[in-house]
Design a protein around this ligand. Structure first.
Ligand code: PEP
Length: 250
């Protein structure tokens, strides 16, 4: 009942020309895509080029971040008003934003509301650090980030939100969570969503992210509460990203 969803987070990689070329390779390699959502999330400056590369295909476009205000004196920022006619998805609260740019749950929550107000689908990233994991705090961190990130969101709205469970220790390290652990955490997040929103929690897609590769994707993606993946490093290589999408194919 939940459509699988694979998103590629290209982070701060690729020039505009390189981004266009990668998108064209993906358009060719992903012609088989049916009954699954696939989104490419290039840097802001490449959104227009990638949008033209994927025009008239099943591929969708996402941004990697945005500000919560519609406009104003926020030098260097991008607003939901600027994104809403360009992208369908926006990654919010990525651990790199939380860690390097000091983004709080309250700020991320304001961004979630701004995205929803403008018809964008937020991909809300949550996940524990290694220290929190080792201290046995994983569930309390996930519960807090889910509750604070989605505070004030209605049950109607939450169906268009995607949650990405990304253990921080797994991002870019080559050390993915085991399929069993990832499933357990995603099931826990769904339980939190159920406590907050009721049965609509069963419609919310939860991705796993953190060192997803063609090798580990099949096992991760067949877990009952894992509805797709947010892919960083492997989304920059067309063969790898195509293989991951193939693994998610129903
Ligand atoms: C990410 O940045 O969201 C991510 C999951 O990165 P990687 O796949 O490289 O671990």
């Amino acid at each position: 009942m939940r459509k699988p969803f694979i998103a590629g987070n290209w982070k701060m990689n690729k020039t505009v020309d390189e981004a266009y070329d990668l998108a064209i390779e993906l358009v060719t390699g992903l012609r088989f895509v049916r009954d699954i959502d696939v989104a490419l999330c290039p840097p802001f400056v490449s959104l227009t080029a990638v949008k033209s590369a994927i025009a008239n295909t099943m591929l969708k476009l996402g941004a990697q971040n945005m500000h919560d205000q519609d406009r104003g004196a926020f030098t260097g920022e991008i607003s939901p008003v600027m994104l809403k006619d360009l992208v369908e998805y926006v990654i919010l609260g990525h651990s790199e934003r939380r860690q390097h740019f000091g983004e709080s749950d309250a700020f991320i929550n304001r961004k979630v509301h701004a995205a929803l107000r403008h018809g964008l689908h937020p991909i809300l990233c949550i996940g524990e650090t290694l220290e929190q994991n080792e201290r046995g705090e994983t569930e309390s961190v996930l519960a807090r980030q889910t509750r604070e990130g989605l505070a004030g969101v209605s049950a109607d709205q939450v169906a268009s939100v995607v949650i990405a469970y990304e253990p921080v220790w797994a991002i870019g390290t080559g050390r993915a969570a085991t399929a069993e652990d990832a499933q357990q955490r995603c099931a826990f997040i769904r339980q939190e969503l159920r406590a907050m929103f009721g049965e609509v929690a069963d419609a919310v897609r939860i991705q796993y992210g953190g060192s997803v590769t063609p090798a580990n994707a099949p096992e991760l993606l067949c877990q009952p509460d894992i509805d797709g993946a947010l892919v960083g490093g492997a989304s920059l290589k067309s063969e790898d990203f195509i293989a991951i999408v193939r693994a998610a194919h129903p």
